[in-house]
Write a protein that binds this ligand. Structure first.
Ligand SMILES: C[S@@+](CC[C@H](N)C(=O)[O-])C[C@H]1O[C@@H](n2cnc3c(N)ncnc32)[C@H](O)[C@@H]1O
Length: 357
C-alpha cells in the first residue's frame, strides 16, 4: 500500500479562522465537560508541579474551558502548588500565533484567573512520543483522532471514505485507523505519569454509520458542479480526499481486548453519544437558511480548507477556486437545510503499572 505520511499535513485554516468557526466542536465538547470535571477530581497531583497536556490544540479556543476546569481542580485541592505547566501540541503547520494570542488575550484564558501557570507549545505529530517520559498528569484531546497519520490512497470516486464504492480503500482506511489508535495510545502511555489520565473525544460510528456521509456527499456534489463548469480538472477532483475515518465501538475497544488494558493503559470509560448540530438548532429558531449554509460551509473550510488548497496547489488561482468551492457549498446547503446526525466517542484511560499485557 503506498502511503503518504501526513507529517506535513496542513493543519486547520489559519489566521484564527478555525477559532472563529469551531462552534460545532465546542458544542460537542460541552456535552463531555461533566465527565472531564469528574475525571480531574480523581487525579492526585504532585505537590510542586502539575502538567496538563492538550493534544491537538489547534488555535486553542476550545481548549480553554477544559484547561480552566483542570487548573481550578488542582489549585482548590492543593493551594500550595508551586506551578502548573500547560502544554499545547499540534502539527508543525498549526497556526501557533493564533494559539498564543488566544492564551494571552481571550477573556476565558486560564491566565486571566490564575497565577503560576506556564503555557508551552509543541509543534510535532502526536504519533510520536513528544513529551518526556512519565511527565503528564492529565491529558486532553478533542476532535482530532479522525485524522489519519498517513493517507492510504486518494479516494477517486468521492472525498469521504464512508461514501466510496471501493472495498479495498475502506479496508485500507480501517487498517490505518486501527494502527493509529494503538500508536496514539502507546505514545501517551509513555508520557503519562503513573495514575495519570487521558480523555479523548473523537468522531465515531453507531450502527455502522458515522452520519457524516450525507454532509460530505453535498460537498462532493459541489465539486462535481465545479468540474462540470470546468472550474476544476479531473486531476484536481481526484486529488481532493479527506484523510479522515470513523471508528466504531469495537474498533475503539479492540486494543483493550485483553483485561481492558493496553500498553499500561486501563480503559476506564467509553461513552458514545449523539452529537449536537448547533447550526441546525439555530436554523430551527431563525429559519434563516443562508446563515445555516454559511456556518456549515465555514466549519468545513476551517477543517478541510488547507487540505483542499494543497490538492489545488497547481491551480492558477488557488485562493479563488477555494472561495468558489465553499461559496457554492454554502449555497447548496442553504437550498435544503438538514440536520447532520453524527456521533462522538469519549474515551478515558488511566496509566497503571502493568508489566505483562
Ligand atoms: C478539528 S481540530 C480540533 C482542535 C481542538 N482540539 C478542538 O476540539 O476544537 C483538529 C486538530 O488536530 C490536529 N492534528 C491532526 N493530526 C494531528 C497529529 N498527528 N498530531 C497532532 N495534531 C494533529 C490538527 O492540526 C488540528 O489542529
Amino acid at each position: 500500500m503506498s502511503q503518504s505520511p501526513l507529517n506535513d499535513q496542513p493543519a486547520m485554516q489559519g489566521n484564527g479562522f478555525y477559532n472563529k468557526n469551531s462552534e460545532l466542536q465546542e458544542a460537542g465538547i460541552d456535552l463531555f465537560i461533566p465527565i472531564w470535571k469528574d475525571l480531574v477530581e480523581t487525579i492526585n497531583f504532585s505537590a510542586n508541579n502539575a502538567t496538563i497536556a492538550d493534544y491537538a490544540s489547534s488555535q486553542g479556543k476550545n481548549s480553554l474551558s477544559p484547561i480552566n476546569i483542570a487548573i481550578s481542580s488542582i489549585i482548590s485541592r492543593n493551594p500550595k502548588q508551586t506551578s502548573i505547566s500547560v502544554i499545547h501540541t499540534d502539527l508543525p503547520s498549526n497556526d501557533f500565533s493564533s494559539l498564543f494570542e488566544t492564551i494571552e488575550k481571550n477573556n476565558n484564558s486560564y491566565l486571566k484567573n490564575h497565577c503560576r501557570i506556564f503555557p508551552f507549545a509543541v509543534g510535532r505529530s502526536y504519533f510520536d512520543q513528544i513529551l518526556p517520559p512519565n511527565s503528564v498528569d492529565i491529558g486532553w484531546n478533542s476532535w482530532s483522532l479522525q485524522w489519519l497519520s498517513a493517507s492510504p490512497k486518494n479516494i477517486d470516486d468521492h472525498i469521504f471514505i464512508d461514501c466510496t464504492e471501493s472495498a479495498y480503500l475502506k479496508n485500507s482506511y480501517s487498517h490505518q485507523l486501527a494502527t493509529d489508535w494503538s500508536l496514539f495510545l502507546g505514545c501517551r502511555s509513555k508520557e503519562l505519569k503513573l495514575s495519570g489520565k487521558l480523555m479523548t473525544i473523537f468522531i465515531a460510528s453507531r450502527n455502522l454509520t458515522s452520519g457524516w456521509g450525507p454532509f460530505w456527499n453535498e460537498f462532493w456534489l459541489t465539486l462535481l458542479d465545479l468540474r462540470s463548469a470546468n472550474l476544476l480538472s479531473d486531476t484536481e477532483l481526484a486529488l481532493i480526499s479527506l484523510p479522515i475515518g470513523v471508528r466504531s465501538v469495537d474498533d475503539i475497544k479492540k486494543p483493550f481486548d485483553k483485561n481492558n488494558i493496553f500498553s499500561n493503559l486501563k480503559l476506564e470509560r467509553l461513552d458514545i453519544i449523539d452529537a449536537p448540530d448547533p447550526f441546525w438548532d439555530e436554523y430551527q429558531l431563525t429559519r434563516d437558511p443562508k446563515t445555516y449554509g454559511l456556518r456549515w460551509a465555514n466549519m468545513a473550510k476551517a477543517v478541510a480548507g488547507p487540505m483542499i488548497s494543497k490538492a489545488l496547489s497547481n491551480t492558477q488561482n488557488t485562493q479563488c477556486t477555494l472561495n468558489e468551492i465553499f461559496s457554492r457549498f454554502s449555497d447548496r446547503l442553504s437550498s435544503h437545510p438538514f440536520k447532520v446526525n453524527h456521533s462522538l466517542a469519549c474515551v478515558v484511560v488511566e496509566k497503571i503499572n502493568h508489566d505483562h499485557d
